[in-house]
Design a protein around this ligand. Structure first.
Ligand SMILES: C[S@@+](CC[C@H](N)C(=O)[O-])C[C@H]1O[C@@H](n2cnc3c(N)ncnc32)[C@H](O)[C@@H]1O
Length: 236
């Protein structure tokens, strides 16, 4: 069996951002939990022994949760280092972990998720303090470079209708700090809300807010039915 290039391994099941369109954060059911270091290490050993992963695989320590909220993030990273695997994170940059040689040793890339480039946009989506986030991003980048990290930093800029005029400012900030700038349309990634939106089961004001905020929210059913996935399936 060929090993995977990337494995997404959510180490925490919760997030401190308040994104209304996400399954995590304010929409987390039951508070969410975190993986123990022992279970994490044992799982990686099992995946390696079964050849699901190898030394070229990047273990991405997120899917829905905020990885830097794991209270033992350094022991999680030590486990990766001991197996000489690579790892990546995507973060809302609300927390700055302690960055040292071990932290950067097998780090592949850090993605910063941004829902705009103003406090207004942050108040609408992440609910975090925008200036704190900018300071934290600069600190994380500087600290990693202090320890000779040569990999990529990326800003995933979620494009909403209300933050289009802020895109350029964010791009300049990214350029100033040597960060790759990657804007893409924000999506409704809470699938039950998406389903209710498509089936017109949401309260009118909620449905109107989604249409006001998100691009591609018009005629969404047709767009989904014409998506490449459908074409791929029908060609099999
Ligand atoms: C749900 S986040 C969890 C990881 C981490 N807390 C973060 O903020 O990056 C996982 C990925 O989804 C992306 N993401 C989050 N909300 C999104 C949205 N509404 N539209 C598109 N991508 C989104 C983020 O950029 C991130 O890379």
């Amino acid at each position: 069996m060929r090993s995977f290039k990337t494995v997404y391994f959510d180490i925490v099941g919760f997030c401190n951002a308040k994104c209304p369109y996400c399954h995590s954060g304010i929409n987390t059911i039951g508070g969410g939990s975190k993986i123990t270091v022992e279970k994490f290490n044992n799982t990686l050993v099992k995946l390696r022994d079964e050849r699901v992963i190898n030394r070229r695989t990047v273990i991405s320590l997120y899917s829905w949760g905020e990885p830097f909220l794991h209270p033992e993030i350094h022991n999680i990273i030590n486990g990766i280092n001991e197996l000489d695997l690579k790892y990546a994170v995507s973060t809302n940059a609300s927390r700055v972990p302690c960055i040292d040689r071990n932290f950067v040793k097998n780090l592949d890339q850090i993605v910063f998720s941004m829902p705009g480039f103003s406090q207004e946009s942050y108040s609408k989506i992440h609910g975090l303090n925008f200036q704190d986030i900018l300071r934290n991003i600069v600190k994380i980048v500087e600290d990693c470079r202090t320890f000779d990290f040569k990999g990529n930093f990326v800003i995933s800029y979620h494009v909403y209708k209300f933050n289009v005029t802020e895109i350029k400012k964010c791009e300049l900030f990214a350029n100033d700090n040597g960060i790759i700038f990657r804007p893409y349309y924000a999506i409704l990634n809470h699938w039950w809300i998406l389903q209710d939106f498509i089936n017109k089961r949401l309260p009118k004001d909620e449905s109107a807010r989604i249409s006001e905020d998100l691009f591609n929210s018009e005629d969404i059913e047709r767009k989904m039915s014409e998506s490449p996935k459908k074409l791929l399936m029908s060609s099999i």
